[in-house]
Design a protein. Sequence first.
Length: 131
Amino acid sequence: MTTAPALPPGRYGQPVGPWRRRALLAAGVLAAAACLAWLAWVSLAAADRVRFDTQGYAVVDDATVQVTFSVSKDADQSVECTVEALSSGSAQVGLVVVEVGPGEGASSVHTVSVRTQQRAVTGQVRECVEA
């Protein structure tokens, strides 16, 4: 039977003891738990309670676009929705802020007219945020 050759002294460091291995494992588990907790916190914070969707638009004339959109929110919540009209070059040519109050209920549909500086080719809801 042959034995393993001796390692050169000082080249590979000291062998890791069992207590140090356990400490490294515990530190890794704590780091993973902290990362998971942070991810859960970020996910819950990013969950927006206000949802909106552009249902459609109609270009009325060179100076007006009508935009129809739906909003879902808490029934007692007020939100402000920013509705914009865009030109063929994707430039914003009109903007209106619409307040949807608690009297509107949890889910509602709205149609607004957006005055434009020049002919628009589309209208959309850019955002809805808590008022």
